[in-house]
Structure formats: C-alpha cells, structure tokens
Design a protein around this ligand. Structure first.
Ligand code: PMP
Length: 305
C-alpha cells in the first residue's frame, strides 16, 4: 500500500492545523484501548466541481457509533459536514478520501472511558482505488476467513469503532498470506457477513442477495446505495442469510464500500465465480455515474464543496 500523500491542513477540534502538526499525546486513551469511532467517505470530481457522496449520512452513522460507545459527540452532524467541506476547499482538492475520527483523548487512564475528553479530527487526502484499478475491472480473488466476525454481544459490528478493526486486520492479513486480495468473514453461526472493509452481494439465478444487518454487518452506505440502484434497474434484490456454500455456487459476487467502491469477486476459496457478471457491471456503472455527478436523479446524494 502506498504511503499517505500529504496535504496542507487537517481539522482538529475545530481548528485547521498543518498536516505535520496534527499530533496527539502518547497517553491518548484511544491509542491504548481502541476507544474511537470513525468514517471513510469519498469526494469525487464531477462536471460541476468536487462533491462528497452521502456526507451527511456518513456523519449520522458516526454519531450513531459514538452514541453506542457512550461518547458525547463534541460537534453536531451539521458542523462536521461543514468542517469537511471547508477542509477539502482549504486543501484545494478535486477528489479525495475523507477520514473523520472521534476518539477518547488525553487525561485519564483505565478502562472506564467516561471521564476522558472526546476529541475529533477530520483528514482528507487523495486516494486512488482501495483494492486497485484492476480489481474494479477484472475482480479479485477472495477467501473465507478462519477469523469469525465479532458477535453483536462482544463488539457490535454496527459500531464503526477503531478497536473493532483488529478483527478485520487479522482476516485481511490471513487473506493476503493466502494470496487473496480480500477476506470474507462469517459470523459465529457460520453465516456470511462481509469483507474486512466491505459489504457483500451474491447473485444467483438473477436474484441479488445480501446479508441482513442482524447477521452482524456494518450498515454500509454503499450497500444502501446499491439496493436503491438495483431496484431502479428492476433487479430482484433481497436481504437473506447465506452459508459459505452459497458463495461457491454464486453466478456473481461483488463487494461494496466507500473506499473499495463496487468490486467484483472472481473466485472464492479457489472456486471460480468468473469474470464480472452483467448485474455486477450494471450496478458498478450506475454507481460511478451517481458518485461522479452524471445521474441527475441522485444529485441529492452529492454534497458540494
Ligand atoms: N463493512 C465494513 C466492516 C466496513 O469497514 C465498511 C467500510 N466502512 C463497509 C462494510 C462498507 O461501508 P460503506 O459502504 O458505508 O463504506
């Protein structure tokens, strides 16, 4: 993975600070106990200037993650949206990735996080494709992980929390070690959940299936977008639990995520799924038209810089 490209400014607790000065104390609570919540968002270049895709919904999910963690969000969703748009403008970016993080800061140690201050930051930087240009075009090889998705009674997958990603990192490292680009995680009951940073969709007999939130997934904003776009395309799409075998006999499989975008899966555990299928390609095209501002029907999802 390429090193982070630096830009001028990072937003920290309401101030724009220089990239190199955006630092925290080593006794920051979140560094020790994973007590942070975050988002991953993209800003795309459109014919009428840069636009952030579903920014408000991402900040609303951040607020829900914070609520589940009992963190008092120090800024309103609206303030975080405005700060993001101003930060992109200040850095003069046409397109970028956006990473807001709300975390327990410096001041108190120990496992009760409630006495700790809550800090917030937003960083933006140019970031090309997450799994690579070739992945978008030709698909990726994926493998079912030996690591289970953490259960709702351990660390709820609906919280986009920093500590939660230890689990995802285990799965991602294992997948890479096995020569796969991405892992597919099952829950403790053996039902298909999601990738390490993506939701998953499976097509069989022209019906698109994606796991329900109750199987233990993050409520992806791209997932929600894809459900809407599939309905527009008159595709049958349902939420249903799936087993590992359902993956092996799929006609098409694809991952969705703000960073990953729409990535076809060409094999799972060495069972060929094949080249990107027609329904995957139709959804991918529809998605890129929406995020790049080429589909006026979804203009309301674009928040202009
Ligand atoms: N699942 C997990 C575990 C993720 O980290 C992500 C990325 N945020 C997703 C799904 C996809 O969510 P979204 O489409 O909102 O980016």
């Amino acid at each position: 993975m390429a090193a982070l490209p630096k830009v001028d400014k990072i937003w920290m607790n309401g101030e724009l600070v220089d990239w190199d000065s955006a630092q925290v104390h080593v006794l920051t609570h979140a560094l020790h106990y994973g007590s942070g919540v975050f988002e991953g968002i993209r800003c795309y270049e459109t014919p009428t200037g840069p636009a952030v895709f579903r920014l408000t919904e991402h900040m609303e999910r951040l607020a829900r993650s914070a609520k589940m963690m009992r963190m008092e969000l120090p800024y309103s969703v609206e303030q975080l949206v405005d700060a993001t748009l101003a930060l992109i403008a200040a850095n003069g970016l046409k397109s970028c990735y956006i990473r807001p993080l709300v975390y327990r800061g410096y001041g108190v140690m120990g496992l009760d996080p409630l006495p700790c201050p809550v800090d917030a930051m937003i960083a933006v930087w140019p970031w090309d494709t997450y799994l690579g240009e070739d992945a978008l075009k030709n698909g990726v090889d994926a493998g079912v992980s030996s690591w289970r998705q953490r259960s709702s009674n351990a660390l709820p997958p609906q919280i986009k929390g920093t500590g939660s990603y230890i689990n995802s990192s285990f799965a991602r490292m294992e997948a890479n070690d096995h020569g796969y680009a991405e892992a597919i995680m099952l829950n403790e009951a053996g039902m298909v959940c999601e990738g390490t940073g993506e939701n998953i969709f499976v097509v069989r007999d022209e019906i698109i299936v994606t796991p329900p939130v109750s199987d233990g997934i993050l409520e992806g904003i791209t997932r929600d977008t894809v459900i809407a776009l599939a309905q527009d395309l008159d595709f049958d799409i349902i939420e249903a639990s799936m087993t590992r075998a359902d993956l092996y006999i799929a006609d098409e499989v694809f991952f969705t995520g703000s960073a990953a975008e729409i990535v076809p899966v060409r094999s799972i555990d060495h069972r060929a799924i094949g080249t990107p299928g027609p329904m995957t390609l139709a959804i991918q095209e529809a998605y890129f038209n929406v995020v790049r501002g080429l589909d006026s029907a979804y203009e309301f999802w674009l928040e202009r810089v």
